[in-house]
Design a protein around this ligand. Structure first.
Ligand code: ADP
Ligand code: F6P
Length: 322
């Protein structure tokens, strides 16, 4: 059995660990594993490289993806899709393992609908994929936010300033909420909960009335999409509260770095399960994490989560910020 494996969409720390697990477990099961470079772009262009257990040595500790990844608009076109299916035929792939976020898994679903045998592996720092409590990369990204907040608190405290820290997550507030909770933020702004700038200014003023002299507000990028930029919030707060406000945008540093143990373990389990499923002839699903177990979720139900956060934890952040 010959299986193509690709990483697609935004990279997520732990993608390498997933490929390593798929290659090594697959090897033991007698499968031939072939890496496809640059996600769906490589599938269209036919960029295939056979992988042996030795080819994936020493990569478990690295973020990014040694196979490279891409956002691939061509895969949404008829011509691109035809070329991708041609590659699958030409390479004689019996199955594909697709590692990526919600968009990439929609691509996997489309391939399934064309009769291709596919197993998906959820990997995206946003944790916005319906059907899995955790995706590969989430834990590392949240830990990176905590790392950053620790440093920002030092200077926020020293200068008695308000800090707005913008984090990633697309339309999901997961990284903001969990990073904010673990990092001891005073407030988090997430797209799932609407808060007016006026309310925010009042909340900040009330923090200072309680005797605090600095505050950290974690802002999810999904909130910024509505407002234009984090500076808009900063200017409003400066005007209304008279406090000194600074903005830090964490940006792509949240996507890099050595994966945490949690991400390595999740990725290793997902990678191994995906090829075990392929060997057993079970396709059309993504492997997923639910209630402490690896489960299978049909690709047909994979979509972006409407509510990626636990609202009780949102309350908790603010309850603990007194
Ligand atoms: P992620 O997988 O991290 O969510 P994207 O949303 O950019 O990243 O998706 C990665 C790629 O998956 C896209 O560039 C495109 O090639 C493919 N893709 C995205 N959405 C779809 C879709 N609805 N149907 C088919 N392919 C899709
Ligand atoms: O999906 C992962 C993610 O990092 C989002 O949090 C962010 O909105 C987006 O990708 C950034 O995309 P790019 O790397 O293409 O700028």
């Amino acid at each position: 059995m010959r299986i193509g494996i690709l990483t697609s969409g935004g990279d997520a720390p732990g993608m390498n660990a997933a490929v390593r697990a798929a290659v090594r477990r697959g090897w033991e099961l007698g499968l031939e594993i072939v890496g496809i470079r640059r996600g769906y772009a490589g599938l269209i262009e036919g960029e295939a490289v056979p992988l042996t257990p030795r080819d994936v040595g020493g990569i478990i500790e690295y973020g990014g993806t040694f196979l490279h990844t891409a956002r691939c608009p061509a895969f949404l076109t008829e011509e691109g899709r035809r070329k991708a299916l041609d590659t699958i035929d030409r390479e004689k792939f019996d199955a594909l393992v697709v590692i990526g976020g919600e968009g990439s898994l929609q691509g996997a679903r489309w391939l399934t609908e064309q009769g291709v045998n596919v197993v998906g592996i959820p990997a995206s720092i946003d944790n916005d994929i319906e059907g899995t409590e955790l995706a590969i990369g989430v834990d590392t990204a949240v830990n990176t936010v905590v790392w950053a907040l620790n440093r920002i608190r030092d200077t926020a405290f020293a200068h008695e300033r308000v800090f707005l820290v913008e984090v990633m997550g697309r339309e999901s507030g997961y990284i903001a909420l969990m990073g904010g909770l673990a990092g001891g933020a005073e407030l988090v702004l997430v797209p799932e909960v609407e808060v007016s700038l006026e309310e925010l200014a009042q909340q900040v003023s009330s923090i200072y009335r309680k005797g605090k002299h600095h505050s950290i507000i974690v802002v999810a990028e999904g909130v910024i999409a509505r407002l234009g930029s984090t500076e808009v919030i900063a200017n409003f707060l400066r005007e209304r509260t008279g406090l000194e406000v600074r903005v830090t945008v964490l940006g792509h540093l949240q996507r890099g770095g050595s994966p945490t143990a949690t991400d390595r373990i999740l990725a290793s389990r997902f990678g191994a399960q995906a090829v075990e499923d392929a060997k057993a002839g079970i396709f059309g699903h993504m492997v997923a994490w639910q209630k402490g177990k690896v489960v299978r979720v049909p690709l047909t139900v994979v979509r972006r989560k409407q509510m990626a956060i636990d609202l009780r934890l949102y309350e908790l952040v603010h309850q603990l910020a007194i």
